[in-house]
Design a protein around this ligand. Sequence first.
Ligand code: PMP
Ligand code: GLN
Length: 386
Amino acid sequence: LLRPDGTVASTIFAEMTNLAARTGALNLGQGFPDADGPEYIKAAAIAAISDGHNQYPPGTGILELRQAVARHQQRHYGLELDPDTEVLVTTGATEALAATILALAGPGDEVVTLEPFYDSHAACIALAGATHVTVPLVAGPTRFALDLTALDAVVTDRTRLIIVNTPHNPTGTVLTRAELEAIAAAARRTGAIVVTDEVYEHLTYDAQHVPIATLPGMAERTLTISSAGKTFSFTGWKIGWVHGPADLITAVRTVKQFLSYSSGAPFQPAIARALDDDAAPHELAASLAARRDLLCEGLQRAGFDVAVPQGTYFVVADGAPLGFADGMDLCRRLPELVGVAAIPVSAFCTPGSPTAEALASRVRFTFVKSEATLLDAVARLGRLRE
Ligand code: PMP
Ligand code: GLN
């Protein structure tokens, strides 16, 4: 990200958000909701500030929150965690990913991701000095599917980590049990550790989220990462967590100490309360399902080819039928053309890779916006054909 002239390149999310702000475009780029999460969770954070939760909390996170994470994983997935040794609170999933990758991978190690991959996965692999190798997710008739042949070829004795992301950003794929079993088998075969990014765990539509840690023999070799940002619509609070075997969590905690030391004191008790609430994420997913359909149908009417997502709050659309061969170019022009911002899928790919080529004309739109904003966006996109 450091350019040869010493300036720093922004992430693609910052670039497109700035472009949207500059042009007054509707921002369907960066994934954040335009409505905050439940009032009582906000009130809990405000009360925590008033009650004096304003100094460094414990570096591992407050016990109340670690216990709430353990209860959540038990209740939803049957995973049994020791909140004292197997759960670490982090500054969003972003810090959990950074601390995990920096703790466990270094020069000479290979780290596998599913391509397209979330941008911070690749950046942290580079920061760790490890080698990044990828397994493609291939666009099929109904969903993006994991290339199982490539998986077997890419995961070898050199593989230190396999980074999984399900539900998957940007494709919206929810990995099937069979795909996860193939990843688990590859990890067991080579001794690789699995790091799974499950920040969209509650945002699924007609598909079931399976945490890879629940597969046979996987809890002992998996670090599971999630966060409150997407589940409860508080992306700016930056409260996340990672759980897994005590020895691996100790390694991750060692690095976390020097990244942030500790995370958002007043937000921790508020998220501890939120994590006992299954209704809020359920309602969010239900309302998102309707907004997904609205955006997908609108994109199709506008002339895009659309891969309807099974999870997340993103949809990948192909601009090729409209004559846009280059998604990056389309995203840089779209705000001026019709007043909508999006993210090119190539930003989630290794430059020049076969997946980058295959997905060159695809762009990602978010539907975590009000129905009125989505209707407006769809009407504007309809003008692309005029
Ligand atoms: N992983 C993925 C796949 C994401 O889409 C995001 C953005 N929410 C993150 C990690 C970062 O999460 P957080 O905001 O909790 O740091
Ligand atoms: N996770 C968000 C997305 O994919 C972006 C977060 C960020 O800006 N780094 O849009």
